[in-house]
Design a protein around this ligand. Sequence first.
Ligand SMILES: Cc1cc2nc3c(=O)[nH]c(=O)nc-3n(C[C@H](O)[C@H](O)[C@H](O)COP(=O)(O)OP(=O)(O)OC[C@H]3O[C@@H](n4cnc5c(N)ncnc54)[C@H](O)[C@@H]3O)c2cc1C
Length: 484
Amino acid sequence: MQRLIVIGGGAAGSAVVGEFLRRGQPGEFDLTWLVGRQAPGRGVAYSTTAEHHLLNVRAANMGLFADDAGGFIAYAQAQGWPVKGLDFVPRTWYGDYLEAVLAREIFAARARGLALRALSVDAASVRGNDANGYVVGTVEGEEFDADAVVLAIGALPATPLAEVTAAAQASHAYAADPWHWPLPRHSPERVVVLGTGLTAVDALQSAARLWPSAQLTAISRHGQLPRSHNPAPGQPYEHQASLLEALRAQPRVARWLREIRDAMQDDGAEWRSVVDGLRAETQGLWRSLDVDERARFQRHLRWLWESARHRLPQQTTNELARLRTQGRLKILAAHIRSIDKHPSEREQLEVRVQPRGAGNVRSFAADLVIQATGFNISVKATDHVLIRQMVDEGVAHADELDLGLIADAEGRLLRADGTPRHGLRCLGTLLRGSVWECSGLPEIRALAKTIACGLPAELRRVAKPASARTSTSSFNAASVSTVV
Ligand SMILES: Cc1cc2nc3c(=O)[nH]c(=O)nc-3n(C[C@H](O)[C@H](O)[C@H](O)COP(=O)(O)OP(=O)(O)OC[C@H]3O[C@@H](n4cnc5c(N)ncnc54)[C@H](O)[C@@H]3O)c2cc1C
Protein backbone atom coordinates (compact mmCIF):
# COMPACT_ATOMS: atom_id res chain seq x y z
CA MET A 1 0.00 0.00 0.00
CA GLN A 2 1.38 3.43 -0.91
CA ARG A 3 1.73 5.92 1.91
CA LEU A 4 0.87 9.41 0.71
CA ILE A 5 1.08 12.63 2.66
CA VAL A 6 -0.49 15.90 1.55
CA ILE A 7 0.65 19.01 3.43
CA GLY A 8 -1.66 22.06 3.48
CA GLY A 9 -5.39 22.28 4.04
CA GLY A 10 -6.47 25.05 1.63
CA ALA A 11 -8.17 24.74 -1.75
CA ALA A 12 -5.06 23.22 -3.38
CA GLY A 13 -4.74 20.56 -0.66
CA SER A 14 -8.48 19.88 -0.99
CA ALA A 15 -8.20 19.50 -4.75
CA VAL A 16 -5.35 17.00 -4.58
CA VAL A 17 -6.80 15.01 -1.65
CA GLY A 18 -10.18 14.96 -3.42
CA GLU A 19 -8.54 13.71 -6.62
CA PHE A 20 -6.72 10.92 -4.77
CA LEU A 21 -9.96 9.86 -3.11
CA ARG A 22 -11.96 9.92 -6.34
CA ARG A 23 -9.36 7.93 -8.26
CA GLY A 24 -7.98 5.56 -5.65
CA GLN A 25 -8.77 1.87 -5.56
CA PRO A 26 -9.52 0.19 -2.19
CA GLY A 27 -6.27 -0.77 -0.52
CA GLU A 28 -4.19 1.23 -3.01
CA PHE A 29 -2.94 3.86 -0.57
CA ASP A 30 -2.95 5.15 2.94
CA LEU A 31 -3.52 8.91 2.78
CA THR A 32 -2.55 11.34 5.53
CA TRP A 33 -3.49 15.00 5.23
CA LEU A 34 -1.68 17.49 7.44
CA VAL A 35 -4.04 20.43 7.16
CA GLY A 36 -2.29 23.00 9.36
CA ARG A 37 -4.12 24.99 12.01
CA GLN A 38 -7.28 25.84 10.11
CA ALA A 39 -10.22 23.57 9.35
CA PRO A 40 -9.58 21.81 6.02
CA GLY A 41 -11.04 23.31 2.89
CA ARG A 42 -11.22 27.07 2.84
CA GLY A 43 -7.60 28.16 3.19
CA VAL A 44 -6.76 31.86 3.06
CA ALA A 45 -8.93 33.09 0.17
CA TYR A 46 -12.21 31.41 1.16
CA SER A 47 -12.09 31.85 4.95
CA THR A 48 -13.45 35.38 4.64
CA THR A 49 -16.97 35.77 5.98
CA ALA A 50 -17.44 39.16 4.28
CA GLU A 51 -20.13 38.99 1.60
CA HIS A 52 -18.45 41.86 -0.28
CA HIS A 53 -15.35 39.75 -0.91
CA LEU A 54 -16.28 38.26 -4.26
CA LEU A 55 -14.71 35.54 -6.39
CA ASN A 56 -12.85 37.03 -9.34
CA VAL A 57 -13.57 33.97 -11.49
CA ARG A 58 -17.08 33.33 -12.77
CA ALA A 59 -19.09 30.76 -10.81
CA ALA A 60 -19.34 28.50 -13.86
CA ASN A 61 -15.57 27.88 -13.82
CA MET A 62 -14.90 27.31 -10.12
CA GLY A 63 -15.46 23.55 -9.73
CA LEU A 64 -12.82 21.96 -7.52
CA PHE A 65 -12.01 19.15 -9.92
CA ALA A 66 -10.60 19.36 -13.43
CA ASP A 67 -13.20 16.91 -14.75
CA ASP A 68 -16.01 18.91 -13.17
CA ALA A 69 -15.33 22.61 -13.85
CA GLY A 70 -19.07 23.27 -13.43
CA GLY A 71 -19.20 21.55 -10.02
CA PHE A 72 -19.53 24.77 -8.03
CA ILE A 73 -22.41 26.25 -10.03
CA ALA A 74 -24.22 22.90 -9.96
CA TYR A 75 -23.80 22.76 -6.17
CA ALA A 76 -24.89 26.39 -5.71
CA GLN A 77 -28.00 25.94 -7.78
CA ALA A 78 -28.87 22.68 -6.00
CA GLN A 79 -28.75 24.68 -2.73
CA GLY A 80 -31.21 27.15 -4.23
CA TRP A 81 -28.68 30.02 -4.13
CA PRO A 82 -29.53 32.81 -6.56
CA VAL A 83 -26.48 32.24 -8.78
CA LYS A 84 -25.97 32.12 -12.52
CA GLY A 85 -22.87 30.79 -14.24
CA LEU A 86 -21.54 34.21 -15.26
CA ASP A 87 -21.88 35.66 -11.74
CA PHE A 88 -19.10 36.53 -9.32
CA VAL A 89 -20.35 35.34 -5.95
CA PRO A 90 -19.11 35.87 -2.38
CA ARG A 91 -15.98 33.84 -1.65
CA THR A 92 -17.53 32.66 1.60
CA TRP A 93 -20.14 30.75 -0.45
CA TYR A 94 -17.30 29.09 -2.26
CA GLY A 95 -15.80 28.10 1.09
CA ASP A 96 -19.12 26.41 1.95
CA TYR A 97 -18.90 24.48 -1.32
CA LEU A 98 -15.32 23.38 -0.60
CA GLU A 99 -16.35 21.99 2.77
CA ALA A 100 -19.39 20.24 1.30
CA VAL A 101 -17.53 18.70 -1.61
CA LEU A 102 -14.76 17.44 0.67
CA ALA A 103 -17.26 15.88 3.05
CA ARG A 104 -18.95 14.18 0.08
CA GLU A 105 -15.70 12.79 -1.34
CA ILE A 106 -14.46 11.57 2.04
CA PHE A 107 -17.75 9.84 2.75
CA ALA A 108 -17.80 8.17 -0.68
CA ALA A 109 -14.15 7.10 -0.39
CA ARG A 110 -14.63 5.60 3.06
CA ALA A 111 -17.63 3.68 1.78
CA ARG A 112 -15.28 2.21 -0.87
CA GLY A 113 -12.71 1.24 1.75
CA LEU A 114 -10.20 4.07 1.20
CA ALA A 115 -8.55 5.47 4.29
CA LEU A 116 -7.87 9.15 4.98
CA ARG A 117 -6.69 10.70 8.19
CA ALA A 118 -6.71 14.47 8.32
CA LEU A 119 -4.80 16.00 11.17
CA SER A 120 -4.74 19.59 12.33
CA VAL A 121 -0.97 19.89 12.59
CA ASP A 122 1.74 21.85 10.80
CA ALA A 123 4.48 19.92 9.05
CA ALA A 124 7.92 21.14 10.11
CA SER A 125 10.24 18.97 8.02
CA VAL A 126 10.42 16.69 5.00
CA ARG A 127 13.54 14.55 4.70
CA GLY A 128 14.44 11.73 2.38
CA ASN A 129 14.93 8.28 3.94
CA ASP A 130 17.03 5.32 2.84
CA ALA A 131 14.13 3.66 1.09
CA ASN A 132 13.43 6.21 -1.63
CA GLY A 133 10.71 7.71 0.52
CA TYR A 134 10.35 10.53 3.02
CA VAL A 135 9.91 11.20 6.71
CA VAL A 136 7.59 14.09 7.48
CA GLY A 137 8.03 15.72 10.90
CA THR A 138 5.48 17.95 12.60
CA VAL A 139 6.04 20.94 14.86
CA GLU A 140 4.98 18.73 17.79
CA GLY A 141 7.76 16.27 16.97
CA GLU A 142 5.66 13.46 15.47
CA GLU A 143 7.09 11.65 12.46
CA PHE A 144 5.31 10.00 9.55
CA ASP A 145 6.84 7.81 6.89
CA ALA A 146 5.70 8.34 3.36
CA ASP A 147 6.40 7.01 -0.09
CA ALA A 148 5.35 10.35 -1.54
CA VAL A 149 4.65 13.85 -0.31
CA VAL A 150 2.64 16.66 -1.91
CA LEU A 151 3.21 20.23 -0.74
CA ALA A 152 0.14 22.45 -0.98
CA ILE A 153 0.94 25.14 1.54
CA GLY A 154 -0.14 28.23 -0.41
CA ALA A 155 1.98 31.38 -0.15
CA LEU A 156 4.45 32.05 2.65
CA PRO A 157 3.56 34.17 5.67
CA ALA A 158 3.86 37.88 4.96
CA THR A 159 6.94 39.67 6.26
CA PRO A 160 7.09 43.45 6.75
CA LEU A 161 8.58 45.46 3.89
CA ALA A 162 12.23 46.43 4.35
CA GLU A 163 11.22 50.11 4.46
CA VAL A 164 9.21 49.64 7.67
CA THR A 165 11.20 50.43 10.81
CA ALA A 166 11.15 48.19 13.87
CA ALA A 167 9.44 50.99 15.81
CA ALA A 168 6.64 51.13 13.23
CA GLN A 169 6.20 47.37 13.36
CA ALA A 170 6.01 47.42 17.14
CA SER A 171 3.46 50.26 17.11
CA HIS A 172 0.47 47.98 16.36
CA ALA A 173 -0.54 50.46 13.69
CA TYR A 174 1.24 48.41 11.01
CA ALA A 175 -0.35 45.19 9.72
CA ALA A 176 2.05 43.05 7.68
CA ASP A 177 -0.65 40.40 7.31
CA PRO A 178 -3.51 41.77 5.19
CA TRP A 179 -5.94 39.21 6.66
CA HIS A 180 -5.42 40.08 10.31
CA TRP A 181 -5.29 43.72 11.32
CA PRO A 182 -4.95 45.20 14.76
CA LEU A 183 -8.24 46.95 15.48
CA PRO A 184 -7.35 50.45 16.72
CA ARG A 185 -9.15 51.66 19.86
CA HIS A 186 -10.46 54.71 18.01
CA SER A 187 -11.71 54.71 14.45
CA PRO A 188 -8.73 55.62 12.28
CA GLU A 189 -9.00 58.81 10.25
CA ARG A 190 -6.33 57.82 7.72
CA VAL A 191 -5.78 54.25 6.54
CA VAL A 192 -3.01 53.47 4.06
CA VAL A 193 -3.05 50.24 2.08
CA LEU A 194 0.24 49.21 0.45
CA GLY A 195 -0.56 47.58 -2.87
CA THR A 196 -3.35 47.96 -5.42
CA GLY A 197 -3.95 44.30 -6.42
CA LEU A 198 -6.76 41.94 -5.41
CA THR A 199 -5.69 41.59 -1.78
CA ALA A 200 -5.42 45.37 -1.46
CA VAL A 201 -8.92 45.72 -2.88
CA ASP A 202 -10.22 43.31 -0.21
CA ALA A 203 -8.56 45.45 2.46
CA LEU A 204 -9.95 48.71 1.01
CA GLN A 205 -13.49 47.34 0.85
CA SER A 206 -13.33 46.11 4.44
CA ALA A 207 -11.77 49.31 5.78
CA ALA A 208 -14.37 51.43 3.96
CA ARG A 209 -17.15 49.49 5.67
CA LEU A 210 -15.57 49.36 9.11
CA TRP A 211 -14.69 53.07 9.22
CA PRO A 212 -17.10 55.03 7.04
CA SER A 213 -15.41 58.35 7.74
CA ALA A 214 -11.81 57.21 7.24
CA GLN A 215 -9.73 58.58 4.38
CA LEU A 216 -8.22 55.66 2.43
CA THR A 217 -5.04 55.77 0.34
CA ALA A 218 -3.72 52.85 -1.69
CA ILE A 219 -0.12 53.04 -2.91
CA SER A 220 1.75 51.00 -5.48
CA ARG A 221 4.58 51.67 -7.91
CA HIS A 222 2.22 52.11 -10.86
CA GLY A 223 -0.96 53.02 -8.99
CA GLN A 224 -3.05 50.66 -11.11
CA LEU A 225 -6.10 48.89 -9.73
CA PRO A 226 -7.03 45.60 -11.40
CA ARG A 227 -9.09 46.09 -14.55
CA SER A 228 -12.71 45.07 -14.61
CA HIS A 229 -14.43 42.02 -16.07
CA ASN A 230 -17.14 42.58 -18.64
CA PRO A 231 -20.62 41.46 -17.53
CA ALA A 232 -20.31 38.57 -20.02
CA PRO A 233 -17.17 37.12 -21.59
CA GLY A 234 -16.41 38.43 -25.08
CA GLN A 235 -15.95 36.39 -28.24
CA PRO A 236 -12.58 34.57 -28.42
CA TYR A 237 -9.92 36.57 -30.25
CA GLU A 238 -10.05 35.58 -33.89
CA HIS A 239 -6.29 35.35 -34.47
CA GLN A 240 -5.33 33.67 -31.19
CA ALA A 241 -3.54 30.77 -32.88
CA SER A 242 -1.25 33.03 -34.92
CA LEU A 243 -0.63 35.28 -31.92
CA LEU A 244 0.50 32.24 -29.92
CA GLU A 245 2.69 31.08 -32.74
CA ALA A 246 4.38 34.49 -32.85
CA LEU A 247 4.93 34.50 -29.07
CA ARG A 248 6.38 30.99 -29.09
CA ALA A 249 8.67 31.82 -32.00
CA GLN A 250 10.36 34.69 -30.12
CA PRO A 251 10.52 34.24 -26.35
CA ARG A 252 11.46 37.88 -25.69
CA VAL A 253 9.40 40.06 -23.38
CA ALA A 254 9.72 43.25 -25.45
CA ARG A 255 8.64 41.31 -28.54
CA TRP A 256 5.68 39.80 -26.69
CA LEU A 257 4.53 43.22 -25.55
CA ARG A 258 4.50 44.45 -29.15
CA GLU A 259 2.68 41.37 -30.41
CA ILE A 260 0.03 41.53 -27.70
CA ARG A 261 -0.48 45.31 -28.15
CA ASP A 262 -0.88 44.82 -31.90
CA ALA A 263 -3.41 42.05 -31.30
CA MET A 264 -5.41 44.27 -28.96
CA GLN A 265 -5.53 46.96 -31.62
CA ASP A 266 -6.86 44.58 -34.25
CA ASP A 267 -10.24 45.54 -35.63
CA GLY A 268 -12.98 44.05 -33.48
CA ALA A 269 -10.58 42.52 -30.93
CA GLU A 270 -11.56 42.86 -27.27
CA TRP A 271 -8.42 43.17 -25.11
CA ARG A 272 -9.85 40.89 -22.42
CA SER A 273 -10.34 38.11 -24.97
CA VAL A 274 -6.71 38.45 -26.10
CA VAL A 275 -5.52 38.14 -22.47
CA ASP A 276 -7.91 35.31 -21.62
CA GLY A 277 -6.89 33.40 -24.72
CA LEU A 278 -3.33 33.29 -23.37
CA ARG A 279 -4.33 31.78 -20.02
CA ALA A 280 -4.13 28.14 -21.05
CA GLU A 281 -0.73 28.78 -22.62
CA THR A 282 0.79 30.98 -19.92
CA GLN A 283 2.75 28.20 -18.22
CA GLY A 284 4.37 27.04 -21.47
CA LEU A 285 5.16 30.60 -22.52
CA TRP A 286 6.75 31.38 -19.15
CA ARG A 287 8.83 28.24 -19.29
CA SER A 288 10.12 29.25 -22.72
CA LEU A 289 11.73 32.42 -21.28
CA ASP A 290 15.32 32.33 -20.10
CA VAL A 291 16.14 33.74 -16.69
CA ASP A 292 17.07 37.22 -17.99
CA GLU A 293 13.78 37.50 -19.83
CA ARG A 294 11.88 36.29 -16.77
CA ALA A 295 13.60 39.01 -14.72
CA ARG A 296 12.70 41.56 -17.41
CA PHE A 297 9.06 40.46 -17.25
CA GLN A 298 9.10 40.84 -13.46
CA ARG A 299 10.54 44.35 -13.66
CA HIS A 300 8.62 45.85 -16.54
CA LEU A 301 5.55 43.87 -17.44
CA ARG A 302 4.30 42.04 -14.43
CA TRP A 303 2.17 44.91 -13.04
CA LEU A 304 0.48 45.35 -16.41
CA TRP A 305 -0.15 41.64 -16.88
CA GLU A 306 -1.53 41.25 -13.34
CA SER A 307 -3.95 44.15 -13.63
CA ALA A 308 -5.23 42.87 -16.99
CA ARG A 309 -5.30 39.18 -16.11
CA HIS A 310 -6.57 39.18 -12.47
CA ARG A 311 -9.65 41.31 -12.99
CA LEU A 312 -12.35 42.54 -10.66
CA PRO A 313 -16.07 41.89 -10.87
CA GLN A 314 -17.93 44.97 -12.12
CA GLN A 315 -19.66 45.46 -8.73
CA THR A 316 -16.28 45.83 -7.02
CA THR A 317 -14.98 48.24 -9.66
CA ASN A 318 -18.14 50.34 -9.21
CA GLU A 319 -17.70 50.38 -5.45
CA LEU A 320 -14.10 51.60 -5.74
CA ALA A 321 -15.13 54.23 -8.29
CA ARG A 322 -17.83 55.47 -5.86
CA LEU A 323 -15.29 55.77 -3.06
CA ARG A 324 -12.98 57.74 -5.32
CA THR A 325 -15.78 60.07 -6.47
CA GLN A 326 -16.76 60.69 -2.86
CA GLY A 327 -13.15 61.66 -2.17
CA ARG A 328 -12.74 58.81 0.33
CA LEU A 329 -10.21 56.82 -1.69
CA LYS A 330 -7.02 58.02 -3.34
CA ILE A 331 -4.77 55.82 -5.47
CA LEU A 332 -1.15 56.90 -5.49
CA ALA A 333 1.60 55.78 -7.88
CA ALA A 334 4.71 56.06 -5.71
CA HIS A 335 7.69 54.28 -4.22
CA ILE A 336 7.61 53.75 -0.46
CA ARG A 337 10.71 55.32 1.04
CA SER A 338 10.06 54.63 4.73
CA ILE A 339 7.36 53.93 7.27
CA ASP A 340 8.24 54.93 10.79
CA LYS A 341 6.70 56.07 14.05
CA HIS A 342 5.37 59.59 13.58
CA PRO A 343 7.54 62.25 15.26
CA SER A 344 4.46 63.84 16.85
CA GLU A 345 2.94 62.00 19.82
CA ARG A 346 -0.58 62.49 18.46
CA GLU A 347 0.01 60.62 15.21
CA GLN A 348 0.71 56.93 14.73
CA LEU A 349 2.86 56.43 11.65
CA GLU A 350 4.68 58.58 9.13
CA VAL A 351 4.63 57.27 5.57
CA ARG A 352 7.30 58.74 3.25
CA VAL A 353 6.80 58.19 -0.45
CA GLN A 354 8.34 59.35 -3.70
CA PRO A 355 5.57 59.83 -6.27
CA ARG A 356 6.32 58.13 -9.57
CA GLY A 357 8.09 60.47 -11.97
CA ALA A 358 8.52 63.22 -9.35
CA GLY A 359 11.73 63.93 -7.49
CA ASN A 360 10.33 65.11 -4.17
CA VAL A 361 9.72 62.81 -1.26
CA ARG A 362 6.39 63.51 0.45
CA SER A 363 5.32 62.38 3.84
CA PHE A 364 1.96 62.01 5.52
CA ALA A 365 0.52 60.59 8.70
CA ALA A 366 -1.49 57.37 8.94
CA ASP A 367 -3.39 55.79 11.83
CA LEU A 368 -3.18 52.34 10.28
CA VAL A 369 -1.04 50.92 7.46
CA ILE A 370 -2.03 47.57 5.93
CA GLN A 371 0.53 45.74 3.82
CA ALA A 372 -1.31 44.07 0.94
CA THR A 373 1.47 43.77 -1.61
CA GLY A 374 0.50 40.30 -2.86
CA PHE A 375 1.60 36.75 -2.23
CA ASN A 376 4.91 36.29 -0.43
CA ILE A 377 6.86 33.67 -2.37
CA SER A 378 10.33 34.69 -1.31
CA VAL A 379 11.71 31.31 -0.32
CA LYS A 380 15.28 32.51 0.20
CA ALA A 381 14.41 34.71 3.18
CA THR A 382 11.38 32.95 4.61
CA ASP A 383 11.01 31.88 8.21
CA HIS A 384 8.27 29.36 7.31
CA VAL A 385 9.61 26.42 9.32
CA LEU A 386 8.98 23.71 6.75
CA ILE A 387 10.26 25.60 3.71
CA ARG A 388 13.27 26.87 5.66
CA GLN A 389 14.23 23.29 6.55
CA MET A 390 13.63 21.92 3.06
CA VAL A 391 15.66 24.65 1.37
CA ASP A 392 18.46 24.69 3.95
CA GLU A 393 18.85 20.91 3.71
CA GLY A 394 18.64 20.83 -0.07
CA VAL A 395 15.36 18.88 -0.23
CA ALA A 396 13.88 21.75 -2.24
CA HIS A 397 15.52 24.64 -4.07
CA ALA A 398 14.64 28.29 -4.45
CA ASP A 399 13.91 29.58 -7.91
CA GLU A 400 16.76 31.69 -9.28
CA LEU A 401 14.65 34.87 -9.10
CA ASP A 402 13.32 33.85 -5.68
CA LEU A 403 9.84 33.22 -7.07
CA GLY A 404 9.07 30.10 -5.05
CA LEU A 405 10.50 26.59 -5.51
CA ILE A 406 11.91 25.02 -8.64
CA ALA A 407 9.72 22.30 -10.09
CA ASP A 408 8.78 20.90 -13.47
CA ALA A 409 5.43 21.39 -15.18
CA GLU A 410 3.98 18.38 -13.32
CA GLY A 411 4.90 19.85 -9.95
CA ARG A 412 7.92 17.56 -9.32
CA LEU A 413 10.39 19.39 -7.12
CA LEU A 414 13.78 19.55 -8.81
CA ARG A 415 17.23 18.98 -7.43
CA ALA A 416 19.91 21.65 -7.88
CA ASP A 417 21.05 19.88 -11.07
CA GLY A 418 17.53 20.12 -12.51
CA THR A 419 16.62 16.43 -12.19
CA PRO A 420 13.23 15.67 -10.65
CA ARG A 421 12.93 14.26 -7.16
CA HIS A 422 11.05 11.03 -7.00
CA GLY A 423 7.78 11.19 -5.02
CA LEU A 424 7.90 14.85 -4.03
CA ARG A 425 5.47 17.28 -5.65
CA CYS A 426 4.20 20.78 -5.09
CA LEU A 427 1.24 22.78 -6.36
CA GLY A 428 -0.01 26.32 -5.89
CA THR A 429 1.52 29.76 -5.58
CA LEU A 430 5.02 28.54 -4.72
CA LEU A 431 5.35 27.39 -8.33
CA ARG A 432 5.34 31.00 -9.60
CA GLY A 433 8.95 30.89 -10.81
CA SER A 434 8.55 27.46 -12.38
CA VAL A 435 5.25 27.84 -14.23
CA TRP A 436 4.19 31.42 -13.43
CA GLU A 437 0.46 30.73 -13.21
CA CYS A 438 -0.59 28.31 -10.48
CA SER A 439 -2.54 30.35 -7.94
CA GLY A 440 -6.01 30.39 -9.52
CA LEU A 441 -8.34 27.45 -9.09
CA PRO A 442 -8.39 26.46 -12.78
CA GLU A 443 -4.59 25.90 -12.78
CA ILE A 444 -4.56 24.37 -9.31
CA ARG A 445 -7.22 21.78 -10.12
CA ALA A 446 -5.48 20.85 -13.40
CA LEU A 447 -2.22 20.20 -11.57
CA ALA A 448 -4.03 18.36 -8.75
CA LYS A 449 -5.38 15.94 -11.33
CA THR A 450 -1.97 15.53 -12.97
CA ILE A 451 -0.44 14.73 -9.59
CA ALA A 452 -3.16 12.32 -8.49
CA CYS A 453 -2.93 10.46 -11.81
CA GLY A 454 0.85 10.53 -12.10
CA LEU A 455 2.15 9.99 -8.60
CA PRO A 456 0.78 6.48 -7.87
CA ALA A 457 2.10 5.29 -11.24
CA GLU A 458 5.49 6.88 -10.51
CA LEU A 459 5.63 5.06 -7.18
CA ARG A 460 4.75 1.73 -8.77
CA ARG A 461 7.68 2.13 -11.17
CA VAL A 462 10.19 2.36 -8.32
CA ALA A 463 10.62 -0.94 -6.49
CA LYS A 464 11.21 -0.67 -2.75
CA PRO A 465 13.17 -2.96 -0.46
CA ALA A 466 10.69 -5.11 1.51
CA SER A 467 11.92 -3.67 4.81
CA ALA A 468 10.95 -0.20 3.68
CA ARG A 469 7.29 -1.18 3.49
CA THR A 470 6.93 -1.44 7.24
CA SER A 471 5.82 1.81 8.78
CA THR A 472 8.15 3.26 11.38
CA SER A 473 5.83 6.14 12.07
CA SER A 474 6.15 7.65 15.50
CA PHE A 475 2.69 9.11 15.13
CA ASN A 476 1.03 9.53 18.49
CA ALA A 477 -2.70 9.89 17.89
CA ALA A 478 -3.27 11.44 21.29
CA SER A 479 -1.19 14.50 20.54
CA VAL A 480 -2.93 15.70 17.39
CA SER A 481 -6.58 16.13 16.56
CA THR A 482 -8.24 14.35 13.69
CA VAL A 483 -10.39 16.81 11.82
CA VAL A 484 -12.44 14.69 9.45
C1 LIG B 1 -7.96 37.69 -1.91
C2 LIG B 1 -7.87 36.51 -2.82
C3 LIG B 1 -8.89 36.22 -3.68
C4 LIG B 1 -8.82 35.15 -4.54
N1 LIG B 1 -9.86 34.89 -5.36
C5 LIG B 1 -9.79 33.84 -6.21
C6 LIG B 1 -10.87 33.53 -7.09
O1 LIG B 1 -11.88 34.20 -7.10
N2 LIG B 1 -10.73 32.47 -7.92
C7 LIG B 1 -9.59 31.72 -7.95
O2 LIG B 1 -9.51 30.79 -8.74
N3 LIG B 1 -8.57 32.00 -7.13
C8 LIG B 1 -8.65 33.02 -6.27
N4 LIG B 1 -7.60 33.29 -5.45
C9 LIG B 1 -6.40 32.46 -5.54
C10 LIG B 1 -6.35 31.48 -4.39
O3 LIG B 1 -5.08 31.69 -3.84
C11 LIG B 1 -6.55 30.05 -4.82
O4 LIG B 1 -7.81 29.92 -5.44
C12 LIG B 1 -6.51 29.04 -3.68
O5 LIG B 1 -7.32 29.46 -2.64
C13 LIG B 1 -5.12 28.77 -3.20
O6 LIG B 1 -5.20 27.76 -2.24
P1 LIG B 1 -3.94 27.10 -1.56
O7 LIG B 1 -4.42 25.88 -0.89
O8 LIG B 1 -2.85 26.98 -2.54
O9 LIG B 1 -3.41 28.17 -0.50
P2 LIG B 1 -3.98 28.62 0.91
O10 LIG B 1 -5.39 29.02 0.83
O11 LIG B 1 -3.01 29.63 1.42
O12 LIG B 1 -3.91 27.31 1.81
C14 LIG B 1 -2.70 26.75 2.23
C15 LIG B 1 -2.93 26.07 3.58
O13 LIG B 1 -1.76 25.38 3.96
C16 LIG B 1 -1.55 25.56 5.34
N5 LIG B 1 -0.14 25.37 5.66
C17 LIG B 1 0.89 26.22 5.48
N6 LIG B 1 2.03 25.69 5.95
C18 LIG B 1 1.71 24.46 6.42
C19 LIG B 1 2.46 23.43 7.06
N7 LIG B 1 3.77 23.57 7.29
N8 LIG B 1 1.81 22.30 7.43
C20 LIG B 1 0.48 22.15 7.20
N9 LIG B 1 -0.27 23.11 6.63
C21 LIG B 1 0.33 24.25 6.24
C22 LIG B 1 -2.02 26.99 5.59
O14 LIG B 1 -2.33 27.17 6.94
C23 LIG B 1 -3.25 27.07 4.70
O15 LIG B 1 -4.40 26.65 5.37
C24 LIG B 1 -7.66 34.35 -4.55
C25 LIG B 1 -6.63 34.63 -3.67
C26 LIG B 1 -6.72 35.69 -2.81
C27 LIG B 1 -5.59 35.97 -1.87
